[in-house]
Write a protein that binds this ligand. Structure first.
Ligand SMILES: Nc1nc2c(ncn2[C@@H]2O[C@H](COP(=O)(O)OP(=O)(O)O)[C@@H](O)[C@H]2O)c(=O)[nH]1
Ligand SMILES: [Mg+2]
Length: 252
């Protein structure tokens, strides 16, 4: 069976990596893991290269500096999709390194991808009640407000459209034009889901419990919030423009 590939962007997450990797492989022993590290300066590359799984089921993509979460995922997805052409994987999962996303939930996402024949599975914190622990109220309100804003502006029906824990069918991810992705942070999570939704992908949701990060600090910033505010109407307009262009092309 082809393994699932987990893509995790890291910036100063060394304090979380031993526990994260241990719990991930306890939950999904066959998983392959790609870390996309942005010159964290905390010894992450040395730790990865000393790991017994290095270059077997643990891979490292190093970038020159802190270039942002969005491009870290784009580069990581391109790397995995290119490898998928010769060494197929069964799923591409994205998640944080800080243990906010419980590795024990990965099998639930993989199951939903296969059993429900989904193209994309979104982990949701808000479907069966509020499933967030230890998060500051300010972050929770921001996340709930952002979800409402996205549903209103784009029409996407998902309960947690800003979440960063997802599983993609690799052949579908390969069809996305990742060079069109423009955003970072929250907006990045929304933009990729929106691209798939506009293409008619089957998108399902799986409930998870979300915990605040274990060690280190969040890289969330006011810039990320401001970007999401204007990017959401921007992507809704782009989606509409593309639909009009497709209709014009197909009509005689
Ligand atoms: N490579 C890379 N990873 C990043 C960057 N910014 C955030 N991350 C990682 O992306 C994940 C989510 O970031 P985090 O700070 O936890 O954001 P929050 O969960 O919204 O507070 C974590 O694994 C971070 O280490 C970045 O600029 N580059
Ligand atoms: Mg986090």
């Amino acid at each position: 069976m082809a393994p699932p590939f987990i893509v995790v962007p890291t910036y100063r997450e060394l304090a979380n990596l031993p526990q994260f990797t241990e719990r991930l492989w306890a939950a999904v022993p066959e998983a392959h893991l790609l870390l996309v590290d942005d010159a964290s300066g905390d010894g992450t590359p040395d730790w990865v290269r000393a790991h017994p799984r290095y270059n077997r089921s643990l891979f490292l993509l190093e970038r020159a500096g802190k270039l942002g979460l969005g491009t870290a995922y784009v580069d990581g997805f391109k790397w995995v999709i290119q490898r998928h052409a010769t060494e197929p994987c069964s799923a591409v999962v994205q998640m944080d390194a800080d243990l906010s996303h419980d590795p024990n939930s990965v099998p639930d996402l993989l199951r939903a991808l296969n059993d429900e024949n989904s193209d994309l599975v979104l982990a949701t914190r808000y479907r069966d009640g509020m499933r967030v622990t230890n998060w500051p109220l300010r972050r929770l309100m921001l996340s709930l407000g952002a979800g409402l804003y996205v549903r209103m502006i784009t029409g996407m029906p998902f309960t947690d459209p800003t979440g960063g824990f997802k599983a993609f069918r690799p052949d579908k991810l390969a069809t996305l034009d990742l060079n069109q992705v423009r955003s970072d942070g929250y907006a990045f999570q929304i933009e990729v889901t929106h691209m798939g939704w506009k293409l008619g992908w089957k998108i399902t949701e799986v409930s998870i419990v979300f915990e605040d990060r274990h060690a280190g600090v969040s890289k969330m910033s006011a810039h990320i919030v401001r970007e999401a505010i204007w990017r959401v109407p921007w992507m809704a307009l782009r989606g509409r423009r593309n639909a009009v262009a497709t209709n014009q092309k197909s009509s005689p």
